[in-house]
Unconditional design. Sequence first.
Length: 452
Amino acid sequence: MKRSLWLRRTAALLALAMVVAACGNGEEAVDEPEDDETEEVEEEDDDEEVDETEEVEEEEGAAGEEGVLNLGYILPESGPLAFLGPPQIESVRLAVDEINAAGGVLGSEVTLSSGDEAGDATIASETANRLVNEGVNAIVGAAATGMSLSFVDAVTSAGVLQCSASNTGLTFTNADYDGLYFRTAPSDILQGPVLAETIVGDGNSNPALLARADDYGQGLLGATVEALEAQGASIAAEIVFDPEAANFDAEVNQVAGSGADSVVLITFDEGAQILQSMVEQGLGPADIPVYGADGIRSNELAELVDPGDASVLDGMRGTAPGSPPSDEVEDTGYLQRFQEETGLDDTQFAPEAYDCTTIIALAAWLADSTEGVDIATEMINVTAPGGTECTSYTECAELFADGEDFTYMSASGVVLAETDTGNGEPNAGFYEVWEIDDTGTVNTVDVVESTF
């Protein structure tokens, strides 16, 4: 954090000092109305028409609370990426709970509104409009690049900050969103080389690649092909498919006739259907090396491919954004804490979602404001090197209250950097190399850092 706006933050320091003191006493001051006033209000409410009451409630809910940090999320509660929803949603909730347990932001508890992206651009856009109308200051999400693209312009134009934990599409880096778009997941331009290195490192030199015909699929496809060719590999087939197709037999037939020595799938849940066809044609992991990326990494994948044989994908490998290994950077212990508190086994993009939420809250303190446009000006400073290191909202907020510069050591290892167009994203990323065993479980076998 840079101490460039110290005088402007004096009021925020005083507010935080009061919050810390209140937390230390274990008490909160609550203004309660006098009995006569309560009775008077109740009598007035009884006289109002039901429809008028409902109208007032709707208007208050849409306005949001001024001076309060109102967060919302747009994440997959249903749809093709529903398996990515629970880790991110629970991480957002966990972060909000920790923030509020520490006294909230600028003296008030953070509110949280939920929203489903559903794997449908129309639904995602409608959800975004609803949250904006409710008065949220910042939105965590969406999970899918395509879903974010359906509403990012509308959200940022409304002055609402957006932070995605899993948008990896190359599109966002240099797009102009008035400095209001951030992501804690690194761009696929960094994942492509790690995936290529994994493929070539296993002794393959002529892979066939199948990718979704969308920003995510084509972006990661291009980055992977470029890295494969740079490492001396040839490309047996480069196939882009419609993810809404009824079946993918034609694409699998292309792979079968390509002479490929390995297959790479850049897909979402339709990858299970592709794998079924591949297994039927003798192109499963038992026959030829098969690789995937973050969009297909799931402990449920093997069961989707063959409910009667958990070992159907034994040996399939791939890559996905992950957390840094503890021997390279400070281990915040977040993943263990997350699993203990939520009971979830899948942790993909959980640290990144936790970081989005925590960084937004800390940036609000630095900006002395809960407005999205103000918070955005301080997002980069939260993880900027040079301050006293802290690994939680509580630690960082206490340092700020003491007048110290701080550096938030994120759970995902992310350090936000500003792009040419004012967006914020990592300029380096840690990627796990994963492998599916004969029980269908996804295991991390290595963690690799990738930088621009």
